[in-house]
Write a protein that binds this ligand. Structure first.
Ligand code: FE2
Length: 307
């Protein structure tokens, strides 16, 4: 079975491209690796991935997920996975081919059961990266992406049986589950919700100190509104601080993400936050969020982005 080997990037289409790019390249701490008109590929200074976050101007002004990118170990795995998904009736967005995005490589795209566009690629060229300075407090790389879904069990089965993810832990009755594709406790998590969208995208920083320094920088900047934090999650043992970015997406700084052994036994957790120094927000409501940030299903489901 073809399996994914790590999370590479998340691509978002946004109503205000300049606002989003200026925020992520500025105070959030990513670097612009390459731009095209209305399309920016943002890299993390310490990561060899050619880009970890992609921002595109939404032609209709509607915020949406464009694509989630994973890597596979080699070209054969890409071909095998595409063939397996195709024969299982999964709609491919593109057949395996050379990629023209930064880093090139060989990959294909498909719609997952919720209609998200997922890319799996191999042989993507690495980008020169550097060791961060102590207390530089900018992202080391992309950590994980969390999906809101109305059919969590369907998505879980798909990611486990088709993409090779393994369950790491779950919360409560299982309304949220955490899945890994490498040693990191989770690269993907799923939350049962009345709508289907991206819950948040998380960027890992080097330490708890960096998590707070980075969050303080963002709070001082004022363009992003804090959502939840600081705290430490039970599942994954990682620290967190969540923000609504200036275009309404939720991004997280995290540190200390647990690395788990091969024989890790999944277990249940009862609270999402072991510190509990701040109250847990009501994610189903967000009553004080601006209208464009209110929970709703992603308008990009089963729509392939132009790039
Ligand atoms: Fe997270």
């Amino acid at each position: 079975m073809g399996s994914v080997t790590h999370l590479r990037y998340v691509g978002m289409a946004v109503p205000d491209y300049d606002t989003a790019v200026n925020f992520y390249r500025g105070v959030w701490g990513l670097s612009v690796a390459e731009t095209d008109s209305g399309l920016a590929f943002l890299a993390a200074e310490a990561s060899p991935e050619p880009y970890v976050y992609r921002i595109r101007q939404a032609e209709d002004g509607q915020r949406r997920l464009d694509v989630v990118g994973f890597s596979a170990s080699d070209r054969t795995s890409v071909d095998e996975l595409a063939a397996e998904l195709g024969s299982a009736g999964i709609r491919l967005v593109s057949e395996p081919d050379s990629l023209t995005t930064p880093g090139g490589g060989y990959g294909f795209r498909f719609f997952d059961p919720d209609g998200r566009v997922v890319e799996v690629a191999a042989e993507v060229a690495e980008r020169p990266c550097r060791q961060l300075e102590e207390r530089e407090a900018i992202p080391l790389g992309l950590s994980h992406v969390v999906f809101n879904t109305t059919q969590r069990q369907v998505l879980e089965s798909f990611d486990r049986d088709r993409l090779g993810f393994r369950l790491s832990d779950w919360l409560g009755d299982g309304f949220m589950s955490f899945w890994r594709c490498d040693a990191a406790h989770h690269s993907v998590a799923m939350m049962q919700m009345p709508f289907t969208s991206v819950n948040h995208v998380a960027f890992e920083v080097a330490s708890i100190d960096d998590m707070l320094r980075a969050s303080g920088r963002v709070l001082g900047d004022g363009r992003a509104k804090p959502q939840w934090g600081p705290g430490r999650h039970s599942a994954g043992d990682n620290t967190f601080y969540y923000f609504f970015d200036p275009v309404g997406n939720v991004s997280e700084y995290t540190s200390d993400v647990q690395r788990v052994p091969e024989d890790w036994q999944p277990r249940q957790h009862t609270t999402p936050d072991v510190w509990q120094v701040v109250p847990i927000p009501d994610f189903r409501g967000q009553p004080d969020a601006p209208p464009e940030q209110l929970p709703q299903s992603d308008p990009g489901l089963f729509v392939a982005p132009p790039v």
